[in-house]
Design a protein around this ligand. Sequence first.
Ligand code: SAM
Length: 321
Amino acid sequence: MKDEKAERPGHGDAQTRGRGDTETRRHGDTERRSVPVSPRLRVPASQSPSPLILHPSKRLGQNFLKDTRVINRIIEALAPKPDETIIEIGPGRGALTAQLVEKAGTNVAVEFDRNLIPHLAERFFAYKNFKLVQSDALVTDFCSQILPAKKARLVANLPYNISTAILQRLIEQRHCLTQMILMLQREVVERITAPPGSTNRGYLSVLAQVYCETERLFDVAPHAFHPAPKVWSSVIRLDVRPRIAVQIKNDELLREIVSAGFAQRRKTILNNLRHAPEGLQELIKQHGGASIVLCEAKVDLQRRAETLTLEEWRQITRTLE
Ligand code: SAM
């Protein structure tokens, strides 16, 4: 059975690959700041530890891509253009970066691991279109990192244990993103793309589908990485919708309702809304209580959240707006 918490706002994925959210919270302020890498860090390759002898950090979810066919398929799916900015989260040893700097107009690479920075800075020093930022993607302000560009596309082979938290962060910053091509745990991609009625459907599915059009592109076997993770991966494309999929005034309210609706997966939507967090519960009471709200929204009281369509979530939200 899946960990329900993993889908709720602010929770990371299962600890399959890399460090946990607790670790993220432990970072001090200095580590949270975005640090553009200055030329003084561009030390000669001979003085920087070779990335090949640096042991991949499990804590940082470092499963580096080694299969060139997979690398090429991701780049083909992205098709970077000379007049655009591409953000990469976690360039690692540069498996994707090497092609991005050749093909994209500008490449903004956000890497958390300080040990990888000298190597990346040295390897891509000659590329004037390469901007390296030492930062935690969970707190990075991507919109300001891409300036003067206003919009960018994003590609990443994400550290899996914090991938849903990063995805939520990216959705928050969607105003400057048009598309994301992401490598994620296959199970997470199944959750993101799950249609109404699927047992995989949860908060993350509704959140992603409200803001993006999603398409699962292809699966990747563990042996494509070094070291090999325990699970299969999938590459997904998320096209950020110019306007969200449902016409509502208050999408924060929608997110609260969806989060409350999925709080206990085995319970009905009625039961979950009755036990919603305080503020939302108050609002529901002001509108006559959970059953009245659901009746007005024409949603059967005995339904479970996973069966609701985006339109039905919209109806519930509209009733409370
Ligand atoms: N892109 C490389 C590849 O495909 O071989 C590396 C992918 S590896 C799965 C994940 C990368 O994300 C690592 O380089 C890791 O150091 C970096 N990373 C981990 N946590 C991060 C965070 N919070 N912010 C930015 N990068 C992070």
